[in-house]
Write a protein that binds this ligand. Structure first.
Ligand code: ADE
Length: 230
């Protein structure tokens, strides 16, 4: 997969995407991630990427020209791969990012992410360029950079060969509509707190049964809203 990010804060990305599992996925060639500075595409002599809204009102609006030009350039990479990129604007107005959407995006070959800012982005970008508008939740951030990193993280870990044991992503939260069962590691007792006896029994049928029951119990307690999808 290839992921291009268009942003006015390119320095924000490397400290996050250069760590841990994402770093390893990039080194292994499972994903190629490139960060592009939107200011490099502006034709404005002061390198401006925003302007006042037509019709007046507070705040600034992201200009369409640098975004159209940046994406046109990045789309050429897709033309070579003979496929159409998904062009995603991160915005609080978008469709909510869920595990299901992450899974769908992980099947794509090329994502172009645009990080929104200010009061918003010129509507013509949404109408004529963007294929998907995505929000990471019902709250407002100062820009689309953190949401873009959240999206990248959740998509990249789903790519084939990125997580060590393929099993770990199949049994975790949300995959079956339930939260994860409780996990324990050594020691078997600490400060008088004991690991449930069944987990030490070596009886895998009993352990699986216990885990299923616990997953239901935890979900009912912490996220009862999820149970209606099970
Ligand atoms: N930009 C600002 N807030 C956002 C959110 N919740 N999701 C995606 N992009 C955003």
């Amino acid at each position: 997969m290839r992921i291009d990010v268009v942003t006015i804060f390119p320095e924000m990305f490397e400290p996050v995407l250069g760590q841990s599992i994402i770093k390893r996925a990039r080194n292994k060639g499972r994903v190629e991630i490139k960060i592009h500075n939107l200011r490099q595409y502006t034709k404005d002599k002061h390198k401006k990427v925003d302007d006042r809204p037509y019709g007046g009102g507070p705040g600034m609006v992201m200009m369409p020209q640098p975004i159209f030009d940046a994406v046109r350039r990045l789309k050429q990479k897709s033309d070579k791969l003979k496929n159409k990129p998904r062009i995603i604007l991160l915005s609080p107005q978008g469709k909510k990012l869920t595990q299901k959407l992450a899974k769908k995006l992980s099947a794509d070959r090329h994502l172009i992410l645009i990080c929104g800012h200010y009061e918003g982005v010129d509507e013509r970008v949404m109408k004529h360029l963007v294929t998907d508008e995505v929000s990471i939740g019902d709250y407002v951030l100062t820009g689309g950079e953190l949401p873009a990193m959240v999206l990248i993280d959740t998509v990249v870990r789903l790519l084939p060969g990125v997580l060590g044991r393929s099993s770990s992503k199949d049994v975790e939260s949300f995959e079956e509509g339930l939260l994860e069962y409780p996990q324990y590691t050594r020691p078997a007792e600490i400060n008088n707190y004991k690991v449930p006896e069944v987990l030490l029994s070596g009886n895998h049928a009993r352990i699986n049964q216990w885990r299923k029951k616990q997953a239901l119990k935890v979900t009912r307690k912490k996220r009862p809203d999820l149970l209606k999808n099970v």
